[in-house]
Design a protein around this ligand. Structure first.
Ligand code: ADP
Ligand code: MG
Length: 628
């Protein structure tokens, strides 16, 4: 028997491990299964290249709970260790760099989650175990070894009678960690971390039906048999070549990833690169809702098929965190804080690669099947629009596939839209005016008025659209967006027709006085306009800039902080050429004049959806009176 001291320079490393790793102590199982996997894959490689004479076979890893003995076993059929190797790998090497690490991060480690992702490897077993044993037999056939350590720096190493190749790790679960003796808890961990690891992992057994022979009688009961319960899929879709996968394979992998998700993904993007960094993965576009925060944190990050985290912030550009799927890269340094990660050169490259891949995929979907792309637009636009706002590179690429839908269900690219409207939708400075609506019901009459003049009206209804418009206006030359109800259509698009007013200047001044007597000036800015005589007498509009400021305030950003609440302020456009307005002017009794003005104003408010509550009730009452 050998006795000795584990070669660590920090005397009391074990209390430190427990303390520092406490918040994430469940990762011990991931670490031990990773080691078992490494040992198996190493052996596979050695037998392939002829460095081992062992029979590789079909090795599995087994996780076993011994409730009475309060032990957890992790057993592999990998390459094993000789006694010398245990001395070398377990006793000496394991802690190199640990002291330095703990010293460097002793203040920040706990809160930044650093250790949580830091592979302390084998020794993380001591987070949950008061004693750990290793029984291992090397593939070389040398005698097996038995190592024991009770959490002090002392260990024992003696021969063992183990005959099968491989390593068994036995954890004597500590009093404060008995949750890890529960089957449900271990199952949860295996599903979370090991679901796609490359070596089959057995946890218990299960009963399955044995297939009946063809000629079996109809009422024959299928026989049961007990088989290993393998908890993982060692060959997940993302590890395969895109050419080997059908659409159905991608969909079934999606169901494997999100068993509780019943809606199918819209499409997927297979990531596959090995230079200048290594990255594989599959991203899915799910149907998006307009709530951007709801759908975050669904992408899972793996390293060599080991689950690491579902927080990919800093690795995937923000706008793509709304997607789902898997990213697997051994090149992402996870032993650093997130803010450092964002500044890391390799990670920046990964992030821009992903952005480019997503843009390329969208472009090819658009080119290959535009109809289908248009049909999906409403479900994906939030990601694309958000991407256009937040990533300059993506904005440039998106020009090729970003769509601008019209109220009539047509979809234009920016270029198509531009060509369509450049001839007749300009203002007096020759600026292109892009008309849009945000709600076809609420803005119905304005949309109709614009369409009657032959103009195109876009339907832009995502929550961030005011930001996007701002961005487009500042990027594209000589354009401006105008919501259809921003002003009377003839003011939005100026064709320089001289409008002839039926009223003289004196009459206009008189009309203005009359109107201002009745209409509250803090709510409406009265504006006289000479329009077609059959256009509405009163039209309520809200100036574009005013409404946009308000919207941007609500959706945040845009430097709108500290502006306070803007008051609701509307324009009241009064058509001086309408007969009704002429009648208002000519009515001699003050009372009747007031009634005409109020009724017209209410009708204008009604068509903007601004008449509510008591005012609406009074309006309806008054209208019935008039009918009598
Ligand atoms: P790492 O896995 O990062 O090398 P660990 O602390 O997890 O660090 O493990 C230290 C070493 O112990 C491994 O590199 C390996 O050589 C050896 N080892 C651990 N577990 C096993 C195992 N199940 N079979 C064979 N060797 C093992
Ligand atoms: Mg390890």
């Amino acid at each position: 028997m050998t006795k000795g001291n584990i070669n660590v320079s920090v005397e009391n490393i074990f209390p430190l491990i427990k303390k520092f790793l406490y918040s994430d102590h469940e990762i011990f199982l991931r670490e031990l299964i990773s080691n078992a996997t490494d040992a198996t894959l190493k052996l596979k490689h050695m037998t392939t290249v002829g460095d081992s004479k062992a029979e590789y076979g079909n090795p599995i890893i087994e996780v076993k709970i011994d409730k009475e003995g309060k032990k957890l076993h992790i057993i592999d059929q990998g390459l094993g260790m000789t006694a010398e190797e245990v001395e070398k790998y377990i006793n000496q090497v394991a802690f190199s760099g640990a002291e330095e690490f703990l010293d460097k991060y002793k203040d920040s480690a706990k809160d930044s989650g650093i250790i949580g992702h830091f592979g302390l490897g084998f020794y993380s077993a001591f987070m949950v175990a008061e004693k750990v044993e290793i029984i291992t037999k090397s593939h070389t056939g040398e005698p097996a070894a038995h190592w024991t350590c009770d959490g002090s720096p002392e260990f024992t190493l003696e021969p063992s009678d183990k005959t099968e190749r491989g390593t068994e790790i036995i954890l004597h679960i500590a009093e404060d960690s008995t949750e890890f003796l529960k089957e449900s808890r271990i199952k949860e961990l295996l599903t979370k971390y090991n679901k796609f690891m490359p070596v089959p992992i057995k946890f218990g057994t299960k009963e399955v039906n044995v297939a009946l022979p063809e000629d079996a009688p109809k009422d024959a009961k299928p026989e049961k048999k007990t088989v290993d319960n393998i908890i993982n899929n060692p060959n997940p879709a993302w590890t395969k070549q895109p050419t080997d996968l059908q659409d159905e394979d991608y969909k079934s992998f999606y169901r494997e990833l999100y068993p509780m998700q019943f809606e199918e993904p819209l499409f997927n993007i297979h990531l596959n690169v090995d230079y200048p960094f290594n990255l594989t993965g599959i991203l899915y576009f799910p149907k998006m809702t307009n709530d951007m925060n709801m759908q975050k944190d669904k992408i899972q990050l793996y390293q060599n098929q080991v689950f690491v985290t579902d927080n990919v912030e800093g690795i995937v550009p923000e706008f793509l965190t709304m997607l789902r799927g898997v990213i697997d890269s051994p090149d992402i340094p996870l032993n650093v804080s997130r803010s450092y990660l964002q500044a890391d050169g390799a990670v920046k490259k990964i992030s821009s690669y992903i952005t480019r891949k997503v843009a390329d995929k969208l472009k090819s979907l658009f080119n290959n099947n535009r109809e289908d792309f248009e049909a999906k637009w409403n479900d994906i636009k939030i990601v694309i629009e958000y991407g256009m706002l937040s990533e300059e590179k993506f904005f440039e690429k998106a020009d090729a596939f970003a769509l601008y839908p019209t109220v009539d269900g047509k979809y234009y690219t920016y270029e198509e839209l531009f060509n369509k409207i450049k001839a007749n939708q300009t203002d007096k400075d020759d600026k292109l005016v892009i008309l849009y609506a945000s709600n076809t019901d609420a803005q119905h009459s304005y949309i109709e008025a614009a369409k009657a003049k032959g103009y195109e009206v876009l339907l832009l209804d995502s929550p961030i659209v005011s930001h996007l418009i701002q961005k487009l206006e500042s990027t594209k030359e000589n354009i401006s967006f105008a919501r259809v109800d921003g002003d009377h259509i003839d003011n939005l698009i100026n064709k320089e027709e001289t409008k002839i007013s039926k009223l003289t200047d004196e009459q206009k001044t008189e009309l203005e006085t009359v109107l201002k007597d009745t209409i509250p000036s803090e709510k409406f800015m009265v504006q006289l306009e000479a329009m077609d005589s059959n256009a509405s007498p009163f039209i309520i509009t809200q100036p574009e800039f005013m409404r946009r400021m308000k919207e941007m305030q609500q959706t945040g950003g845009g430097g709108m902080f500290g502006m306070g609440n803007m008051p609701e302020m509307y324009n009241l456009v009064v058509n001086t050429n309408s007969d009704l307005v002429g009648e208002i002017l000519n009515t001699k009794t003050k009372k009747k004049q007031e009634r005409l003005i109020n009724q017209s104003l209410d009708l204008a408010r009604l068509s903007q959806g601004l008449l509510k509550g008591e005012e609406l009730t009074n309006f309806v009452k008054r209208s019935y009176e008039l009918l009598k």
